[in-house]
Design a protein around this ligand. Sequence first.
Ligand code: FE
Length: 230
Amino acid sequence: MDPNALHNISYGMYVVSSDKDGKFNGQIANTIVQITSEPVALAASINKKNLTHEYIQSSGRFSISILEEGTPLSFIGKFGFKSGRQEDKFKGVKSTTLASGCPVVLDNAIGYIEIKVSRTFDCGTHTLFFGEMADSAILKSGKPMTYEYYHMVKRGTTPETAPTFIRGEVIKKEEIAMKKYKCVVCNYIYDPAAGDPDAGIPAGTPFEKLPDNWVCPVCGADKSQFVPVE
Ligand code: FE
């Protein structure tokens, strides 16, 4: 058995949102699947520990915001690495409320789909929420972000293609100083070769030269939460 086979399964990047007692919450999810076409029905797998899980169970509905490829890591970090129990994730984010009362995140979304939950499946750590499409819209043209794309960007590295190896010999000395650093909170890896373009940090900036107020683009942790990658 080779678990690496799992890496060849494709996913998207979405914000799944729901509501409970007038409060909104959302989280990043990649396991969204259309199950049937007549009627149009979809399913989402949500971790039981997540606040959004509690909200979907309460309201029986959720929305799926389809994220575009250009979505900044900080936005994904806000919805993916922070809990709605600690902060209101909708604060400062463009969103709207659908006819049902279900919230939907509009920032960085190329479209959305609302699901009215008709069945749930207990999958151990997760619940699979299944239901028909209740509402949907396209917000703008664009390319949806795939999970693979996100991982490539998140690591801040280019795929393992020739340029890396060609450059390797030439800048060997510099590479010793240009160590990668890992965020202990979310496992994001700062790669000096890639920099942090979202934050205006050009490629080739060593970790040591990052401004003191630089924070992890994914989870917002400060520089003290980073350790060198061996
Ligand atoms: Fe982080």
